[in-house]
Structures are given as structure tokens and as C-alpha cells.
Design a protein around this ligand. Structure first.
Ligand code: JFZ
Length: 415
């Protein structure tokens, strides 16, 4: 078993963790064979679809309009610092060139291209970090045996070799960490399917850290972090909240990330137009930063490789907003005032940013973030705002624009 004390994390990875804490905003991409059916990434399990039928479907996957440059240029316009994309989801289909199984986009489909290679090259050119989502759960491989709580209705034999399955995963991870340049890291998901299985985590994590000492391991198991892991993730909820029922752990000292769907689906859903508004998404991003967490905001590209217009327009609008307000989020840490109904706070050095998200009035009273005298300026613009200090609280006359998604106040120590 790997024993991890803070000192045993090498300098490269400590630096990568700080980079990741600064990043604040990532783009999550769920894209695969399932996108063809327009009913989310769980369609194989939910319908259910037997392995031979799904294999035929995979043989038709031909996303001729996929354009890595368009995707990465959208990511840049949105203001994200990294992309996390499904290299292999629970359906077991590899969206990359792999020698470990013919069931992959290059060998199995008329497309024959490796979209992850194209994306990795483009991300490197544009300074966006790339993370690979990798499912530990598999609904296709016979060796994923004994089965867990899902994947029982795909017509596989009741036998398999678990260790061979784990070797298969290690072989694929070796390819992902060898053939695509420096990665941001690996985003693991699916262990929850067999919580009591021997996942050989220390061996797999050791392999990853050996191949790329700066790659982060981001697990989506929603348990307390295990040795070798670099972040704590939350899903469909802010750290500290648990409306979706996924987030039952307490927040520890590792970097935090929360993933979110823009509508109600991860993988492409043809009829789900229930998108959150740009304003709601900005609020989520700000509230995540207010607890020190990154927002990993999902898109589900269509099977032809294009991105749904509702998702694209929202990403561009968030990016425009970040163009003006990004300095109050990127590189900050959770602010001194914990989340409030009215909003959230972030901080960089001595500067505190008060993000007023839901407050109808023109004056806001808050606890003083620290001893001494404070002054307030509006962001952007930097014009002085009237501030009255009364004991341990500050009353601030807010920037006038009440319709803005976030009235940002910059608080500075008065000298
Ligand atoms: C998982 C996947 O099953 C899903 O398809 C999607 O990729 C999402 C981002 O991650 O969903 C999860 C993962 C973990 C839990 C619940 C749903 N959990 O631990 O409760």
C-alpha cells in the first residue's frame, strides 16, 4: 500500500495541484458511441442494449464534422483552463488508438482517426491542459467479472478474469500517459459499481505517477480521498451541498472540483433542451470558487462531432463575462466569508472579492473580513464605493448595475 504523507508528494505534482487550484474552470466532454442514440451515456444500461447490438452501433460511428480546432477554440473563448474528455466510458468503447482491444475508434469505425490525438495536439498548441476521463467500470469486457451493480443485461458470459481486466486497464492507461504528451491527469469513474472489489489502486496509481510525475489523479468515487489521489470531486452539487445525494464526504485539504451538466444529461441527449441559463452557470462558477473549487462544466457533443448550439452560446457568454471578471476568480482561493445566500467571496493575497449574486438591494452589510480599516472599489472600473465600518461589520453601497449576474466589490486594506 502506498503511504502518502504531504511530503511524499513530489514537487512536480505539488506544483500541478496549485496550477489546478488556480484554474477554476474546466470543460467536461462526454462523447462516444452512445452519442449516436441521443439518449445519454447510460443508454446501453438503461435500454438495455446487448453487446453484439452495441458493437454494430459502434461500427457505424463516423463523426466527420469533428474538428479539434473548433472545440479548443470554443474552450478558449469560454475561458476554461482545461478539458476533461471521455477516453472510455462505461460502454467500454475506447475513443482512442489502443492495442489493448480492437474495440476502439481507429480500428472499429469508418472514422479511423484518433480524436484524442487531434485534441491533445490542439490543446498543446493553445495552452489548454487535457485530462482523460477513464471508466473503471465496463459493460462490454467479459473479464469485468464478477459484475457489479450495473452491466448485468448486456448478454455476457458468467465468467471472466478480473486480474486480466485490471491488466487491460493498466495497459490502456500506459498508452494514454505515453502517447498524448503531458496530460493534466486522469479522471477516474466507476469504482462505485463494485465498491468492495480489489481495484489494485496503489499499483495503477503508482504506474500513472511513474509515467507522468505531474499528472493528477482525480477520482470520482465520492469517498474520502485515498493515497495517491490529488483532488476531491463533487457532482451536480457544490462542495458542502448534497441535493443530488452523491456528496456525502466532508471536505478535506486537497484541491476541489465539482462537475455539472449544462442541461440534465452528460452524453448528448437529443430532446433535453432544459439548459441552465448563462446567469445560473456564472453563479455556479462563482459559488464554486467561493469554496475554493473548480467548476467542470459539461457539454455533450453530437454524434457528428458538432456541439449543440445552446451549449456553445452559453460557453461563449460565460467567456465574455470572464473576460471582464476573470481576474476576480482565476488564481484566487476561497474568500474569508463563507458562502451566503447573497453570494460568495474569493481572495488573492490581501485583496478580497465580494461577489453579490442574489441581492435585490443597493446596500449590503457583511462581517469584516479581518482587522483594520477597509475600502471598497467596484469591479471592473475600480471606482470607489461608499463603505461604512460599524464595529465588526461593513456596509457597502453596491455597484449600480443590479441586472449584472455578479456585482463584484473589491475590498482592500486601507493604509
Ligand atoms: C458518473 C457516470 O456514471 C456518469 O455517466 C457521468 O460520467 C458522471 C460524470 O459520472 O456518475 C456518477 C459517478 C459517481 C456517483 C454517481 C454518479 N457516485 O459516487 O455517487
Amino acid at each position: 500500500m502506498l503511504v502518502q504523507t504531504p511530503d511524499s508528494v513530489p514537487a512536480e505534482r505539488r506544483a500541478a495541484r496549485e496550477w489546478y487550484r488556480d484554474a477554476k474552470f474546466g470543460m467536461f466532454v462526454h462523447w462516444g458511441v452512445y452519442s449516436l442514440l441521443g439518449n445519454g451515456e447510460w443508454v446501453m444500461q438503461n435500454r438495455p442494449i446487448a453487446v453484439p447490438d452495441y458493437e454494430w452501433l459502434a461500427s457505424t460511428f463516423n463523426p466527420t464534422k469533428f474538428d479539434a480546432r473548433a472545440w479548443v477554440s470554443l474552450a478558449k473563448a469560454a475561458g476554461v483552463k482545461y478539458i476533461t474528455i471521455t477516453a472510455r466510458h462505461h460502454d467500454g468503447f475506447s475513443m482512442f488508438a489502443t492495442k489493448a482491444s480492437p474495440y476502439n475508434i481507429v480500428d472499429w469505425t469508418p472514422f479511423k482517426r484518433d480524436p484524442l490525438r487531434e485534441l491533445a495536439d490542439e490543446c498543446r498548441r493553445e495552452g489548454i491542459k487535457l485530462f482523460f476521463y477513464y471508466s473503471q467500470l465496463d459493460w462490454h469486457q467479459p473479464d469485468y467479472w464478477p459484475r457489479g451493480s450495473t452491466g448485468r443485461n448486456t448478454g455476457r458470459p458468467d465468467s471472466g478474469d478480473w486480474n486480466r481486466y485490471l491488466d487491460f486497464m493498466d495497459a490502456q492507461l500506459t498508452e494514454l500517459l505515453t502517447n498524448y504528451g503531458a496530460l493534466g491527469g486522469i479522471w477516474f469513474d466507476g469504482m462505485w459499481d463494485k465498491p468492495n472489489a480489489e481495484w489494485r489502486l496503489s499499483r495503477t496509481y503508482g504506474l500513472i505517477h511513474r509515467l507522468q510525475p505531474a499528472a493528477l489523479i482525480v477520482p470520482n468515487h465520492h469517498q474520502a480521498p485515498l493515497p495517491g489521489e490529488d483532488a476531491q470531486t463533487f457532482e451536480q452539487d457544490l462542495p458542502g451541498a448534497n441535493t443530488a445525494g452523491f456528496n456525502t464526504t466532508t471536505i478535506g485539504g486537497l484541491p476541489l472540483e465539482t462537475s455539472l451538466t449544462m442541461n440534465n444529461s452528460w452524453g448528448f441527449n437529443l430532446t433535453d433542451h432544459n439548459y441552465k441559463s448563462t446567469r445560473q452557470l456564472i453563479h455556479y462558477l462563482v459559488r464554486a470558487a467561493g469554496v475554493g473549487a473548480n467548476l467542470l462544466l459539461n457539454i455533450g457533443p453530437r454524434p457528428d462531432g458538432t456541439i449543440p448550439p445552446e451549449a456553445e452560446s452559453r460557453l461563449r457568454e460565460i467567456g465574455t463575462w470572464l473576460g471582464t471578471n476573470g481576474a476576480t476568480l482565476y488564481g484566487t482561493r476561497a474568500g474569508p466569508i463563507p458562502p451566503r445566500n447573497w453570494g460568495a467571496t474569493t481572495a488573492r493575497g490581501d485583496t478580497v472579492y465580494i461577489h453579490v449574486l442574489d441581492w435585490a438591494d443597493s446596500v449590503l452589510a457583511i462581517p469584516s473580513p479581518g482587522a483594520g480599516k477597509w475600502s471598497a472599489k467596484s469591479w471592473p472600473g475600480g471606482s470607489a464605493l461608499s463603505l461604512t465600518q460599524l464595529g465588526n461589520s461593513l456596509s457597502i453601497v453596491l455597484p449600480a448595475d443590479r441586472d449584472s449576474p455578479d456585482r463584484v466589490v473589491m475590498l482592500l486594506h486601507r493604509r
